[in-house]
Ligand binder design. Structure first.
Ligand code: ADP
Length: 611
């Protein structure tokens, strides 16, 4: 096939371009005439819209043949002459008659009115179409006008209905439908009484409807002429609905919206759409004879939401698949954009909240991890500080052990005597016990500081904590020739904290102080530790008479690894500050050059008094 196409285009190329006229003149719009039998239902908008895809588009004109008013031979003849005259100079491509009278007119007179023009009809009952002798120039679409499904649906919707009134006019077409539906409804008798008012004028019919009693429904069929010969069109349905004291059903789509409840509707819209499809085929060149009559199952259950409400009838009783029209738009229909906007904002917020929670979770995990690392580091620092103090700690431990030894020796000497002084030996033994206790305490304190600790907080007496540290350092202080003064406040409240970590802070500050005064002349090596209450905060000051801290170092002091000592690690103050901050407090330095250094710890108190 591709080879063939290539061959064709090659031939075109050799033959030269197509003639300029053929190439530039666009196809003219198709001329389509829609013939209505009477006023409405109008379907030319649907037809016109659908026919625009015809080559060159479509130009649609409409004619109202007024056939319900004048349907005799003479009128038909005059109409033919008029149409011929009117469309003589216009190249009509297609005629579309709508409803039976117009279709019948075209079946009989089409060739005379529009010679050689194809015809596509729509909106006709298939049964009635069979009465016509269709020429081969006519194709189209037919449906099924039926009353029974409407009344069956009405009985479901209003189960206590006992009577149905058929409303139809008195013209031949009206009588035809009245008869036919009357026949259809026989299957429902005797459960349902079918009332058929006949020969009435419209005012009489309306009076009749006004007098209807409960358990009755009205079925509006068709009303083109009343018993007095007055003509009616779409206005009839309005009059009937206004007069009726009971719900009015109908069986063709255009009636919906004028106050009828609904029914199994013959849809002109669907007929028109199908007719347009056929018309396009014809306009593109398919002869109508090849298409013939298409029977469309185009009816549908349709109801008016407002009327269902008015008569208080539940939608749940409608036949499955019913279309309910005139429902007020839901909040979703009306405010779709606003709702979507609000939803987007809510979703965004939710995403943000989730994001923040995830972040908070991550931060918490990071904090826990940082806390664990801080604990490890603090432990390391403690152990290394204690390592530095090893000599003096050994001495601290040695003292009670030496005392125990000499006391035991003294006791042995006493016991070797003939009459040992038991009282003296008892005293010696009691000294041994208290020295042992002292040694035990030293070991306990050291063990505490050497353990890692779980970082648990408890109410603490700060003074007791300071005393513990000073006891440990007692020997070191003496060895360095320092004068240590403890100025501890009375009745201070407790603080909430980790005992070992806070001891480490005090230990660091005091050891740094001892280091700082090391080069001072003896007698000027002073160290003061003070506890006091500053408003609601506990304050611990460690002051020394050392050289103080140069202005340039004051910021760097608390940075990790900043040290001026030969064997220093530079971690003590950094760790002390993180410990204090983890307790919600603050560690700062106050210094006057030449007046030594003062380190100040502040920690929130619990408010409870110390014992
Ligand atoms: P390290 O003691 O291992 O050096 P620290 O973090 O405890 O680590 O101290 C850091 C530095 O801060 C010390 O090296 C010293 O220079 C200075 N410093 C600390 N305390 C004092 C003090 N009381 N007086 C003077 N300088 C001090």
């Amino acid at each position: 096939m591709a080879v063939l196409c290539a061959g064709v285009s090659l031939l075109v190329a050799i033959a030269g371009p197509p003639s300029p006229v053929a190439a530039t003149v666009p196809p003219r719009p198709r001329e389509v005439v829609v013939l209505y039998s009477d006023r409405g239902p109008y379907v030319d908008a649907t037809l016109e819209a659908s026919l625009q895809t015809a080559p060159g588009g479509a130009h649609v004109v409409t004619e109202n043949l007024d056939l319900s008013r004048l349907d005799d031979e003479d009128y038909a003849r005059r109409l033919v002459g008029l149409l011929r005259r009117k469309y003589r100079d216009r190249d009509v491509d297609l005629v579309i008659p709508v409803l039976l009278p117009a279709i019948r007119f075209m079946a009989r007179n089409g060739e005379a009115a529009f010679p050689g023009v194809p015809v596509v009809f729509c909106a006709v009952d298939a049964g009635r179409l069979k009465e016509l002798d269709l020429p081969p120039s006519m194709a189209g679409v037919a449906g099924h006008l039926t009353g029974l499904p409407t009344i069956r649906a009405a009985l479901e919707l209003q189960p206590d209905t006992r009577r149905v009134v058929l409303v139809a006019g008195e013209s031949p077409i009206d009588l035809y439908w009245r008869r036919r539906v009357r026949e259809e409804l026989r299957v429902l008798e005797p459960r349902l009484e079918v009332v058929v008012p006949a020969g009435l004028t419209m005012p009489e019919m309306l009076d009749f409807l006004r007098a209807l009693v409960d358990r009755t429904i009205v079925f509006f069929l068709i009303y083109t002429e009343d018993g007095a010969g007055s003509l009616y069109s779409t206005d009839a349905i309005r009059l009937v609905v206004e007069a009726s004291r009971v719900p009015v059903y109908a069986a063709y789509e255009p009636a919906l919206g004028s106050g009828v409840l609904g029914g199994y509707m013959f849809s002109y819209e669907r007929q028109a759409r199908k007719a347009a499809e056929i018309a396009l085929r014809v306009l593109r060149g398919t002869p109508p004879r090849e298409i013939g009559v298409h029977e469309l199952e185009g009816n549908a259950f349709m109801f008016d939401w407002r009327q269902l409400r008015r008569w208080n009838l539940p939608e749940s009783r409608l036949p499955p698949g019913s279309e309910v029209r005139y429902r007020p738009p839901s909040a979703w229909d009306q405010y779709r954009r606003e709702i979507l906007g609000a939803l987007a904002v809510v979703l965004l917020q939710a995403a943000l909240v989730v994001g923040l929670l995830v972040q908070a979770g991550r931060r918490r995990r990071a904090e826990l991890e940082a806390g664990r690392l801080r604990g490890d580091l603090a432990h390391l620092n403690r152990v290394s500080t204690l390592g530095e103090l090893a000599a003096s700690l050994a001495h601290e431990l040695n003292q009670p052990l030496t005392a125990i030894l000499s006391n035991v020796q003294a006791a042995q000497i006493l016991l070797s005597r003939d009459s040992p002084d038991l009282e003296e030996i008892r005293e010696i033994l009691s000294d041994v016990a208290s020295d042992d206790e002292r040694a035990g305490q030293v070991i306990r304190r050291l063990r505490d500081l050497f353990t890692k600790g779980a970082g648990e907080k408890a109410p603490l007496d700060v003074n007791e904590l300071i005393r513990e540290v000073l006891r440990l350092l007692h020997n070191d202080v003496t060895l360095r020739g320092a004068l240590l003064r403890a100025d501890l406040g009375v009745g201070l409240p407790l603080v909430e904290g980790d005992r070992i970590q806070l001891q480490q802070v005090v230990l660091n500050l005091v050891v740094n102080g001892l280091d700082a005064i090391g080069d001072q002349p003896p007698g000027e090596r002073n160290l003061t530790i003070r506890s006091s209450l500053e408003r609601t905060k506990m304050r611990i000051d460690v002051a020394d008479s050392g050289p103080g801290i140069p202005e340039s170092d004051r910021e760097r002091l608390f940075q990790p690894f900043f040290t001026t000592k030969r064997s220093g690690m530079g971690m003590g103050l950094a760790i002390a500050r993180t410990i204090v901050e983890a307790h919600g407090g603050d560690l700062s330095v106050v210094t006057h050059p030449g007046a030594g250094a003062l380190f100040r710890v502040t920690i929130p108190t619990t408010g409870a008094g110390a014992h």
